[in-house]
Each structure stands twice: as C-alpha cells, then as structure tokens.
Design a protein around this ligand. Structure first.
Ligand SMILES: [Zn+2]
Ligand SMILES: [Zn+2]
Length: 152
C-alpha cells in the first residue's frame, strides 16, 4: 500500500510505498516521526487513517485534475484545425483515463491518501454529512472534497 501524507509538523508531502510494513512514519524534510496506530489496516483493508487515527475515510478516483485540465487545453488549442474534433477526442481520453484510474482512500480530517489497499464496501464516497458531523465532533474544519491542499 502506498501512503501519501502531509507531514503534521512541516507540511511536506511524503510518499511511502511500503506503508503496510511500517510502524513509524518519519518525514524526509524535518525531524517528525509518528507512531502508526496499531490496526489501522487489517489484511489490506484500511480501517482508519494511519496519521491522525480518524475512522472516517472516503474513496475517490486516483485521477489528477491537473491531467484532465492539460488534456482539455490541448484539445481546445487544436479545435480550429480539427473542426472541433480534438475537443471531443480530449473528452473521450479524459473519460477513459478516469475510468481506468484506481481507487484511493482519503482521510476526512488530514487528507492522508492510501493507494493499493484492498477494496471493501465499507468505504463510501465523500459525504458532506459525514464531513459536517466531524466538524462538530472535532471542533475543527475538515477540508472540502476539492481541497486545494489535495496531495499530488
Ligand atoms: Zn516534516
Ligand atoms: Zn487523517
């Protein structure tokens, strides 16, 4: 499983491809070292966020919006020469890439991402209701789904 997390201390985005075998997560840029909570994953199924311990995680497509925007721009810039066929083509390519993208799990609170986990029905898509509940419970503001802080 790959883990992508923002260091709680300095904010650096770290990637760990071997997350399931780690017990301590450290940051490549600062002295941060955090203990991964026991049982955050059970046989490849993610139970809770390994960074903040939050039990609420949502699934989404591991598709980078930036990629889609670049393809759309290329399609648009050739529109005049291709009788707008390039725009249609760009949309098709985006659609295929999106469908082919794997699933990733995202923590509601700290935006830590997990890729390469085992899928389960327990994981749901982003829910504004859950985010609102967390905001009240934790007394802090969860990021919106299309957060600028999205880890890339
Ligand atoms: Zn750090
Ligand atoms: Zn978290």
């Amino acid at each position: 499983m790959e883990l992508r997390f923002a260091c709680p201390q300095c904010g650096t985005i770290n990637r760990r491809p071997d997350a399931d075998r780690l017990t301590i997560l450290d940051c490549t840029e600062c002295s941060y070292a955090g203990l991964i909570p026991d049982g955050w994953t059970e046989h490849g199924v993610v139970e809770r966020c390994p960074i903040c311990g939050c039990g609420e995680i949502f699934k989404q497509k591991d598709f980078q919006q930036r990629t889609g925007i670049i393809i759309a721009l290329v399609g648009a810039s050739f529109a005049v020469f291709t009788r707008f066929l390039s725009i249609f083509l760009a949309a098709v390519i985006c659609g295929i890439l999106y469908i082919a993208s794997p699933e990733r799990l995202v923590c509601y609170l700290c935006r830590t991402q997990v890729v390469g986990h085992r899928r389960t029905r327990a994981h749901r898509r982003f829910s504004a209701r859950v985010a609102e509940k967390l905001r009240i419970d934790a007394g802090r503001e969860p990021e919106p789904e299309d957060s600028r802080r999205e880890i890339r």
